[in-house]
Design a protein around this ligand. Sequence first.
Ligand code: NAD
Length: 478
Amino acid sequence: MAIFEYAAAPESVRPKIREQYGLFIDGGWAAPEGAEYFSTINPANEEHLAQVAQATAADVDAAVRAARKAYDKYWRKMKPADRAKYVYRIARAITERARELAVLETLDGGKPIKESRDFDIPTAAAHFQYYAGWADKLEWAMRAGQAPDPLGVCGQIVPWNFPLLMAAWKLAPALACGNTVVLKPAETTPLTALALAQIIRECDLPPGVVNVVTGDGRTGAALVEHPDVDKIAFTGSTEVGKIIARSLAGTGKRLTLELGGKAANIVFADAPMDQAIEGIVNGIYFNQGHVCCAGSRLLVEERAHEEVIVRLTERIQTLRLGDPMDKNTDIGAINSREQLDRIKELVGSGIDQGATLVQQQCELPGKGFFFPASFFTNVQTSHRIAREEIFGPVLAVMTFRTADEAIEKANNTPYGLSAGIWTDKGSKNMWVAGQLRAGVVWCNTFNQFDPTSPFGGFRESGFGREGGVHGLREYLAH
Ligand code: NAD
């Protein structure tokens, strides 16, 4: 299929990035106790962006103490309607600075600017907007007429795939419910969380209500283990989620885990095929496949398999891979060299185990971390590519003959985060959805997110919900 050559359309805004960032503790910027900094880079060209502080256990302790003081002194006592004003103010400030934040997200994380501009940043603002509205109506979120208590100090740990959005998912309900927070962004993407800290400072929130400590897993572990934290909210890998669950067992601290996934995207032969192909592409190639709920296992009804493969093979040739700062780019950079190596290792295992690889034919940029849109056919359910989360632009395609077989294959995973169903028949859609063991099931669509709608998994995808009224309950004591 011919593809039009587009002229370059680079985003022109360049936000001011400081050479060095400290920790945001008690309403101000502080140097890390250990005087250790690490570099955060642009994964699209491997260039250094800034030095970021590695918070030690002593820094985490200072942040937790600031959060406790702010909780007791200001935040839990504040009239809920006043708390709402602060949370609204954050939503407005994010919207006002949306373009700058989108560019920062793309520079630090590698995702296409059109995604950070049209999805990450507006959805982050929408979460603050939505939860601000709940702050003075909490008694109606729980048992009617009874004002619920917040939990206290919350430690929140987020990954690198949607850095600002994951921070918003966690901060907005926690703050609206009257909790104070210590947030730990991922080590490869700290810049938008630090920009958010500055926004929070400018919004004049009482000092210590939100604290941001940067660093690697050691900083996260110090936060988890801190005795004065009342709740840990973690989004990240199942492996680290299990470590956290073990460490918190028996402590009485509340815990929510949003972990990995290996979602089935089920396409019946009677599906609206044009939309289904776009849904498959969106399901696996959005954000380079760095999506916990990515539709990474495609289950196609045998009668439609050939058609789907022909159309998908053509469609991936039209995806534009390259500079994430170009507004036409569909597939940006892989977030880190480590993640690229992991994708290559798993793709290698797929080839070794006998699956057939189909890839987008394009030149990869000379610098930076890139991987072409890919899918495998001839996949067995026992193959590693069908079982393990690849977290990259790689799809495993399998077939089924009956709806029962589709359901059995879809549920044949230790995960349970999301799923998709494509069929023209409404009753089949609803019946299959009811059988799938996944927290979110999209029917004739994929990757729809809204602050009013709960999101979360079960089994090895974690527990607890973010979004909607359900998301409030995770931050209230009863
Ligand atoms: P990760 O688990 O390696 O890291 C996540 C965060 O945890 C980072 O901030 C990291 O520094 C921190 N961390 C690492 N070790 C820690 C420890 N021992 N104690 C406390 N914190 C620690 O995951 P990742 O590679 O950054 O993110 C990718 C994973 O996140 C994927 O598995 C993906 O599916 C998952 N994810 C899930 C959701 C969801 O909502 N379910 C959303 C996005 C990403």
